[in-house]
Write a protein that binds this ligand. Sequence first.
Ligand SMILES: CC(C)(COP(=O)(O)OP(=O)(O)OC[C@H]1O[C@@H](n2cnc3c(N)ncnc32)[C@H](O)[C@@H]1OP(=O)(O)O)[C@@H](O)C(=O)NCCC(=O)NCCS
Length: 164
Amino acid sequence: MDIRKATMDDVDDMQQLIQHYADQGLMLPRTHRSLYEHLQCFTVAVSGQRVVGCAGLHILWRDLAEIRSLAVHPMCQGQGIGRKLVERLTAEAEALGIAQVLSLTYQTVFFEKLGFRVVEKHTLPHKVWKDCIYCKKFNHCDETAMIYYTHVAQACQTRQAESV
Ligand SMILES: CC(C)(COP(=O)(O)OP(=O)(O)OC[C@H]1O[C@@H](n2cnc3c(N)ncnc32)[C@H](O)[C@@H]1OP(=O)(O)O)[C@@H](O)C(=O)NCCC(=O)NCCS
């Protein structure tokens, strides 16, 4: 199983995978157009020729990126693929100098195991909600907001503590 950046050839599989969970209300659907536009954000897990997992890292602001459209094929869950995808994206955020990675999710135990911590939604900046207007649950969002602090955040805190 290979974890790599997505290419155009992956888009059909990614769209189907995301749609499978969107139909269950677990994530927002993605059109082909949206996947083409945001392809550079996406990492995929590939087994043989098939995409068995995908996830996107969307930059929201200087210090904040969000994991979106995280999905692992139902037949491939519980094999560490979700973990590998998320770890790849948090490393990518860190390499870009981004301090915090957000997930809005129902999968709190999964994200806790990967070092994410629950935060109050009202503490998040308004730009986080920009795309939520496309969600059916906009007025009654029941997802949990969770944040992962990269080494960039820890380095900032250390610098602040040293300057006091
Ligand atoms: C959530 C999801 C991405 C997890 O992917 P996965 O490949 O099955 O997860 P992993 O095998 O990497 O699991 C990593 C750890 O989390 C745990 N875990 C995974 N899913 C879990 C769940 N739903 N509840 C509790 N623990 C879970 C695993 O047991 C494992 O723990 P361990 O390290 O102690 O062994 C996958 O189940 C999925 O695609 N779900 C449907 C779509 C969805 O909800 N996406 C999230 C949108 S934010």
